[in-house]
Design a protein. Sequence first.
Length: 819
Amino acid sequence: MTTYDAVAAQERWQAFWEQDGTFVPLDDGSRERRYVLDMFPYPSGDLHMGHAEAFVMGDVVARYWKLRGYDVMHPIGWDSFGLPAENAAIKRNAHPAEWTYKNIETQARSFKRYGLSLDWSRRLHTSDTEYYRWTQWLFLRFFERGLAYRKDSMVNWCPNDQTVLANEQVVQGHCERCGAAVTKRKLNQWYFKTTEYAQRLLDDMEQLEGHWPDRVLAMQRNWIGRSEGAYVDFDVEGHDGPVTVFTTRPDTLFGATFFVVAPESELADQICAPEQRGAFEEYLEATKRISDIERQSTERPKTGVFLGRYAINPVNDEKLPVYAADYVLADYGTGAVMAVPAHDQRDLDFARTFDVPVRMVVDTGQPDPAETGIATAGDGTYVNSGDLDGLTDKASGVTTMIDRLEAAGRGRRAITYRLRDWLLSRQRFWGAPIPIVHCPQCGDVAVPDDQLPVQLPDLRGEDLAPKGTSPLAGPAATAWREVACPSCGGPAERDTDTMDTFVDSSWYFFRYCSPGFADGPFDEADLARWMPVDQYVGGVEHATLHLMYSRFFTKVLFDMGMVTFTEPFRRLLNQGQVINEGKAMSKSLGNGVDLGEQIDRFGVDAIRLTVVFAGPPDEDIDWADMSPASSLKFLQRAYRLAAEVTSAPGTDPAGGDKDLRHITHRTIADVTQLLDDQRFNVVVARIMELVNAARKTVDTGTGTSDPAVREAAEFVTLALSTIAPYVAEEMWAALGGAPSVANASWPSADPALLVVDSVTCVVQVQGKVRAKLAVAPDISDTDLEAIALADPGVQRSLDGREVRKIIVRAPKLVSIVPA
Ligand code: ANZ
Ligand code: ZN
């Protein structure tokens, strides 16, 4: 039997692609361009099953678009700064670069073996000085525009990694990296002003609608968390000036019965009456030990402390007791709320615990919240609400109240966002140093562009051990840290924090467009040709991290006039995960599947085919249900078909088996559409069907010399090359094609072969078959009826009788009952 040798084929074609530069784009303007991008890997160990899934999806798209005649860019690089390298360096008393670049080499070898159609000439590593020089350069542009700034604030602190974390890196109160419970610390940190772009991050989602998974857009929308409402000013006894609250329900102001401030806010401290100071401080200490998640939980009983003061309701001058309670957060809205227990469940829970009155001001028809303990929301008739009384919908209630507050100078329309500024400084070593010098005379001074990069000093092993401050602030880095101020020349110190690695990854896709460019982060002309990315592939876990940050960076660069578009990624695919025995693979469960070992056993093609065939690309794959052995069997079958073709290349298929030609062209049309729609698993099913159909012709029909068999085998090869590239190259060679199959062109289906010419229609008269008609498959009932009645055989058997009843079931049956 003819078989292909998977391993030999892999080595042969890898070498060919590399020498031939098969996957280096022409970039000469002769073809339309397409940019396919996979989220670049972090170099921890070798590639795993997750990479196998993510990268094969991008590769199918890239290979398909190349066959379709596009000039495709499909680059690769590494997100190579970050904590694990530093932790490994501490353990081995080495430099983080050693671990990093060794792992990169291992992964690079595996990527090549995995048959990805990558352009290696654009390779980048974010930890290379040539790269992070431009990360620093970009930081300085943000700094100049006031978009990078320092402030003191309570920050998320990971006690295990000994570093601060961005809000996005805290998952349910735990460190996204190591899982330790996150605590709070007051620190001076660097931020990017993402909040200034909140509305544009929302508005520009319009460009992504229908092209990004709905789930990701919803997550981003939620994360940005736009709320419309009003600011309302309350006077508070013993407090200078009004205290402002943010509310989404200004229309319920007459129902306010108390007032709450966040315990850790400055406000609470200012408002607290002397006799309540002791109780307040005790409560404040307790608050610090509780995570934001717990604080917002609706399950937790409400706690708080009376501050001994009253706020005055601006619409009716009522005195509202002021509490500090942890269900109000300091960093949302203004950190103070007007509490309306009848219409807000959190306020109602608090009111019932603290015995505060509940006053309904919107009658929604539901029972009184004071009795049920269930707050009511939504439209209703306003009651006990002054000039709002009698209104019946929320929209007019809100407008009327805001107009009234504005007229009285006690409030105004407001929009708030849940999104916070991006905390970007890290107290760790293995990242891009923040290019700022702190001068006692001049303050924060930017390192001049011509002095970039600010290179990391040569620290290793123990120098890097976490001590709560950056290793760059430690004794081993003194010589690096102490510099002359770029502005006055006096003694000054470098900033000792490094940037979050998400800064590195917020612009790498730009760098691919002009690798090695020495005069800036990228050449704007190159960018204009390649960007935006046509297809981005990566995990959904980046929805509110990398994908949000990259969008933010792109908008800032747009405002700087450096790019001409506002969204970096046109289309996004979130691949599913590979799990095993119904669970995520993990060391502790011992259910890990080793990609290298799978490839050794079945070959790259069979693994790639298995992953693609498993299901829709965005669904999880349970490896326990997969059979790479049957994938390999199918590939051998496909190979045998191509190897057995004996007709010469270029033979006109016109004289070939008609039925097979119909199937081939239907498959071409369908597979083209399926690839456009990214229904890759169905593509595999259709290729399998075509192989079976061609096999049947070979075995029972006109045999291996039939040109229709060649036509089918050629398309099988092309379609298969997007998924199983090595066997496809072997098949292409067997068919006499010029290497590589990746350089071949995609056929289009012949419309004439897409229509099935005719079907047979049976015509019965009084239950007896009187005629068999060849008709078009899409014939209408009316036409079919006319043709049937005109048939001479039918006419004969009717013999002049009238038709009493006629049943037409186009295109297969006509049944006539004569009178
Ligand atoms: C009075 C009121 C009456 C409210 C009512 C709601 C319903 P979203 O939609 O999430 O923006 N709030 C404001 N600042 C807060 C803070 N720092 N911590 C906790 N809660 C805060 O929520 C806005 C609503 O959440 C605001 O509207 C306020 O309660 C509360 F029938 O004001 B509302
Ligand atoms: Zn100075």
